[in-house]
Design a protein around this ligand. Structure first.
Ligand code: NAP
Length: 273
């Protein structure tokens, strides 16, 4: 990430995700530019506060009014309450960036009073800068809004623009919830190893390291996963014996299809609630 062009930002909620954003912005300011940041968060990490001050960011200026970007990073259930303290940051030139699951652009606009709204969906690897964040801007957003938002989300990892808001439900089901599916894979692989005779700790070490290593290999080589999968297999070998089961008509494919459909449906339902 390059430097920050001295935007004024109000951040409401600085927990796991909001904190990761602040850490990234601190690194950006180290590279140049500046930042004026107001943080609304009951338990703001004092180490982050000290780091912000050490890079020369202006933190919590008095009587802060409308900002360039209002970032909402509270849990969706806390949105109604958070909106009360957030409205004062929204003016005619404010872009609202929300990373809250399930809160629609229409609702954000109605509750906060701005029309330039970007809805984004990160995932947990964002906490170490290895996530992927999909985002969709409202029609009122200009190119400058999109560029600034993409820059502000960059500390979380890759950033992926989406063509339509309705796609955020499937994004939630694939990449938002997806890390949990992969962690479950590590868990059940470890249990299967245990059932074949490994002790519990060794099974978990082998399984979790395998999942982590496979992910890292995919990321670093940039290869399609099917290519990497075929590299593990030899005709009549052990991997093929396992994949005959996993890739069968009643295997992992249809199971994940159902799981993703269920998550997307839940996201749609939450959006209507
Ligand atoms: N974590 C994920 O995998 C993930 C993935 C995609 C999207 N998201 C979205 O990211 C958002 C944040 O998630 P998170 O994991 O960072 O949650 P988190 O760690 O719980 O952070 C939210 C923070 O907001 C604070 N807060 C609560 N009410 C507030 C209010 N009215 N004003 C200001 N701050 C308030 C909370 O304080 P208290 O703890 O004291 O309540 C907490 O520190 C969620 O909306 C979630 O949907 C998360």
């Amino acid at each position: 990430m390059s430097g920050l062009d001295a935007p004024s930002i109000a951040l409401v909620g600085a927990g796991a995700m909001g904190g990761a954003l602040v850490r990234g912005w601190i690194e950006a300011v180290r590279k140049g530019g500046g930042l004026t940041l107001t943080v609304i968060e009951p338990n703001f990490d004092p180490a982050l506060q000290a780091e912000l001050e050490s890079v020369g960011a202006v933190l919590n200026p008095p009587d802060a009014g409308p900002v360039d970007v209002l970032v909402l990073a509270v849990k969706p259930q806390a949105f109604a309450e958070a909106a009360k303290s957030a409205r004062r940051f929204v003016g005619a030139n404010t872009c609202v960036l929300s990373i809250m699951a399930g809160i629609t652009i229409e609702k954000l606009s109605r509750e906060l009073g701005g029309e330039r709204v970007v809805r984004a969906m990160p995932n947990t690897p964002s906490r170490i800068g290895r996530g992927i964040t999909a985002y969709v801007p409202s029609p009122a957003c200009g190119e400058d809004d999109k560029a600034l938002v993409a820059q502000l989300l960059a500390p979380l990892g890759e950033v992926e623009p989406m063509a339509a808001e309705r796609l955020m439900d499937v994004v939630t089901a694939v990449s938002g919830s997806g890390p949990a599916y992969v962690f479950l894979l590590a868990e059940v692989l470890a249990v299967a190893g245990e059932q074949e005779g490994l002790d519990k700790e060794t099974a978990m070490r082998l399984a979790s390291r395998t999942v982590a290593g496979a992910g890292a290999l995919m990321l670093e080589t940039g290869e399609n996963p099917s290519v990497l999968r075929k590299q593990v297999m030899s005709p009549g070998g052990t991997t093929e014996a396992a994949l005959d089961i996993l890739a069968a008509a009643d295997g992992l494919g249809p199971l994940l299809r159902r799981a993703v459909a269920a998550a997307a449906k839940r996201s749609r339902d939450l959006g209507k609630a």
